[in-house]
Structures are given as structure tokens and as C-alpha cells.
Design a protein around this ligand. Structure first.
Ligand SMILES: [Zn+2]
Length: 481
């Protein structure tokens, strides 16, 4: 519809992995982002495209729309009659309701010649303007701080052409409702608009993949705002105290050659100083207390009822990263509290964790725990298990382990398992049966995996209509407490 041109290096991953497994689409942006809007009329001898379609008349307009619909239907394998109806309904809606479109159209008819430009003043407080030239091919960059940028970029989300974020929105006192002299940050603004509220429909939360693009795009706006702040407030951040600058001056280097580098403080997440701080913390723990006692991987399960119960019709967890992120964070916090405050593994000396994201976009955390009393070899089996639990003593744990902690199966039982490379399992399953846990001074322990003859459990898993008997050789290591 409107130009949807995101500058910078944009990557849309909608991939099917080499082994045929389908991944969910992920929208990623790397580098600087520019939003551009083109001319309202096409150049001589060129056909109408994007925004220009709205300024065509009669048959031409219908034909152009039909061509666009056909091209999209071929690409997405859609029913063309159905898609045409949706597009013409959307077209009618936008023509009737979208204030920006109405403004463009009314101004276009007033133009005496093609050399005029329509100028919209998108922000009454700042005398900046969006110029939409009628015939110049040059694209005009939309500044992200302008009120109308979101509505031009996402016309289906902001279908009324309504104003969005700008830098001058004032915070209000929550008690009196009076305006304060503090501005609302873009992070506060978009967090507020992405929130789920009881009894209130939120169109952004219904937009599935488009919503994901919107969130990533708006987060870039938030980051840019932070970076701009840091760039213009280097004095406040006492840059002269940063060590490499001091060193340069101490070594009699020419200060003019040091240049105007902008220093990101350690409070800026992901900056070298931020990472360095974490590395130093981790190194201190290891230096003081030796190797950690427990290394726990905590993964996000998109089937958790806290996630599925909040999904809207037609959605899966992939469409709602806001829910998965919040639920994961809450569960991670409660796991850490459970482990460190209730002393389930004994008194905790210190702990740390790091959250990463899988290819599918789901978060997982790696947690390191140092205990006051180190785990002794004879205690390992009571804390860590690589076996199927006995359902007669712990049905709940049995259900969880058999549903979520079983590897594959792969190898001969399922050659198309994602872990298979060159006919081998990259995770080295199935493991061997072992009657006792064996610990080494260095390296990983080999956990107990008993066969049925030695008291191990089995269960039946159905894969591709075949029932497979799963024993302890296929179990991922898990914590039992
Ligand atoms: Zn495998």
C-alpha cells in the first residue's frame, strides 16, 4: 500500500532448514533504519506503484490493484478472488477513514502543476515537515520522531492515519492528571501501547507477523533515541574519566587525534563496557569459589498454559513474543528464587545467568550456581537425573520428562530428526546404559542410565504412526527436586 521501504540491512528470515524442518519467520534488522516515502505520481513512462495507486482514477486504478493482487496471490499461493475482496474492502476503508490519505488527495487536486510539492507539518511544536513531492523521484526520508511516521509506515495498524509518538509528549502526574515538564520516552510510549488490557481490544496485538515487524522497527527507534541521548550528553557521563582517554593523554598523544568517539556507558545493554562488567563478575566468582556446582539450562515452552491461555484466535506463541517473554521472565525469576532462597540444593554462595534466544525466537537461560557445600559424587543421583522417573512414585515428573526431556529419537528410528548430520546424531544419542554415575576431576560426569533389567523405566512414544519403546538411553539430563 504505502511505501514500505526500510533502509539499512534488513533481513527477513522465513526459512526452511536444509533437513526440511519449518522454522517460524523472524524479522531482524541490522544497521541504521530509514523510512522513505516516494513521489505521489509516477515518473513519465513508468507505472503506478505503492502510494501512487491511490492517486489513479477509474479503470486504471482497478487494473493496477488487480495486477498487484495477482502478483501477491502467486507469491503467497492465495485465492485471488478472496484476496481481491479483502484488498478492495481495505481500499474502501482507507479511502473513507485515513486522514493522511484524505489530506494527500485533497491537496493533489489543488495542485496547478506537477512541479509543486505537498508539505505536511506533522508536528505543530517543531517546524519540520514531510515533503511529498508530486513527481520528483527522490525519496524523502521520514524522521522517526515525526508524528505521522508510524501511520505512513503501518497504514493497516493505524488505519485512521492517527498521530503517534513524538518527542514532545509530556508525562502526566498519575494522581492529579496535570502535565509535568518531563517528556514521555519512546520506550514508555510503545510499552504502553503494546500492553494487554482487560476488556479493551488492541489491534497491534492481532497483527501476527506485521506486529513482529512493527515491534522490531519501534525498538530500533527506542535504541536510536538512547544512542542520541548518549551522543549529546557525553559531558554529563564524565567521558574524560574513561580510562583509554586518560591513557592517551598520559602518553602524550595528540588529543586532537583521539577524535570524537562516543563512549557507551556500561548501563547501555550490549555495549563493550556492559559485557566487560559481566565478564569481570564471572571471572571473580570462578577465581574466588572455583568452578560452579550446577549448570542449569532453562528453556521456554510455548505450550505453557500461561502462554496459550492469552493467545487470541488464530495465533500461536510465535505471534506473541510479548507473552512468551513476560511468562519466561516470571518463571525464570521464580526458579532462581526457588533455588537460591529455599536452598533446595543447599545454601547458595552465588549465582549468575544469561538469557539467549533460539532460532525459533524462544528464550532460554543458562544459570550457574555456586553452593556453599560442593556437591559430592554420592549426592549427584539425588539432584540430577538422566532417567525416566517412576510414574508410580512421581506421575507429574514422569509426564514432564516424557513430554519434554526425551531426545529425538533419531538414528535408525528417525533419520529426518533435526539433530542428524551425515547419518550421525550431533548430540551423540542414544547414550550407553550405565548403572552408576561416574564423575571425572575435569570434564562432564557420565550420568546413571539404567536398563530395564537393572531397574530402569521405559515408555511408548508414537512417531509417524509407529510405537517406539523409549528407554533411558534417550533422556536429556534434568534436575530433580
Ligand atoms: Zn539425535
Amino acid at each position: 500500500m504505502f511505501p514500505n521501504d526500510i533502509g539499512g540491512a534488513t533481513v527477513i528470515v522465513n526459512n526452511i532448514a536444509a533437513n526440511g524442518q519449518q522454522f517460524n519467520s523472524t524479522f531482524k534488522i541490522k544497521g541504521q533504519v530509514y523510512h522513505k516515502v516516494g513521489s505521489l505520481l509516477p515518473m513519465p513512462n513508468e507505472s503506478h506503484k505503492f502510494l501512487q495507486i491511490y492517486f489513479m482514477r477509474g479503470e486504471n486504478s482497478e487494473r493496477a490493484l488487480a495486477n498487484r493482487v495477482d502478483a501477491r496471490c502467486d507469491y503467497h499461493n492465495l485465492n485471488s478472488a478472496f484476496a481481491s475482496r479483502i484488498v478492495s474492502e481495505l481500499d474502501a476503508l482507507l479511502n473513507e477513514q485515513n486522514e493522511l490519505l484524505k489530506l494527500f488527495k485533497s491537496q493533489m487536486t489543488k495542485l496547478q502543476s506537477d512541479n509543486h510539492a505537498i508539505v505536511i507539518n506533522p508536528d505543530r511544536h517543531q517546524l519540520e515537515s514531510i515533503y511529498v513531492d508530486s513527481t520528483h523521484l527522490l525519496l524523502t526520508t521520514l524522521l522517526e520522531s515525526w508524528l505521522a511516521t508510524d501511520a505512513l509506515q503501518y497504514p493497516l495498524i493505524f488505519w485512521k492515519g492517527q498521530d503517534r509518538y513524538c518527542v514532545n509528549i509530556k508525562q502526566r502526574n498519575p494522581v492529579t492528571g496535570a502535565e509535568t515538564n518531563k517528556n514521555v520516552s519512546s520506550k514508555d510510549f510503545y510499552s504502553y501501547h503494546l500492553m494487554i488490557r482487560r476488556g479493551r481490544d488492541n489491534i497491534i496485538l492481532r497483527c501476527r507477523e506485521l506486529r513482529q515487524q512493527f515491534i522490531v522497527d519501534m525498538y530500533v527507534k527506542i535504541e536510536s533515541e538512547r544512542l542520541r541521548y548518549l551522543r549529546y550528553n557525553q559531558q554529563k557521563l564524565r567521558t574524560e574519566e574513561y580510562i583509554h582517554l586518560r591513557d592517551a593523554v598520559a602518553n602524550n598523544a595528540d588529543t586532537a587525534e583521539i577524535g570524537n568517539s562516543v563512549i557507551l556507558p556500561s548501563s547501555y545493554v550490549g555495549s563493550p563496557r556492559h559485557m566487560q562488567e559481566y565478564i569481570q563478575d564471572a571471572m571473580t566468582f570462578v577465581r574466588e569459589y572455583g568452578r560452579p556446582c550446577l549448570f542449569i539450562t532453562f528453556t521456554c515452552n510455548p505450550k505453557w498454559k500461561e502462554i496459550t491461555s492469552l493467545l487470541l484466535p488464530g495465533q500461536n506463541a510465535m505471534h506473541r513474543h510479548d507473552i512468551t517473554a513476560r511468562v519466561f521472565k516470571q518463571k525464570l525469576k521464580s526458579l532462581i528464587n526457588f533455588t537460591t532462597k529455599l536452598h533446595v540444593f543447599g545454601f547458595t554462595r552465588c549465582w549468575m545467568y544469561s538469557v539467549e534466544w533460539q532460532k525459533r525466537g524462544l528464550p532460554h537461560a543458562f544459570i550457574l550456581i555456586w553452593l556453599v557445600d560442593k556437591i559430592r559424587a554420592e549426592n549427584v543421583d539425588s539432584l540430577i537425573s538422566a532417567e525416566i522417573p517412576d510414574p508410580s512414585t512421581d506421575q507429574l515428573l514422569f509426564d514432564i520428562v516424557t513430554a519434554s526431556m526425551i531426545h529425538g529419537p533419531c538414528r535408525n528410528l528417525n533419520r529426518s530428526s533435526p539433530c542428524m548430520v551425515d547419518g550421525k546424531c550431533t548430540k551423540r544419542f542414544p547414550k550407553d546404559f550405565t548403572n552408576d554415575t561416574v564423575t571425572h576431576v575435569d570434564g562432564y560426569p557420565i550420568y546413571r542410565r539404567r536398563s530395564t533389567e537393572n531397574g530402569g523405566q521405559t515408555f511408548i512414544k508414537t512417531i509417524s504412526y509407529a510405537d517406539i519403546d523409549i528407554d533411558n538411553r534417550w533422556v536429556n539430563t534434568h534436575i530433580q527436586c
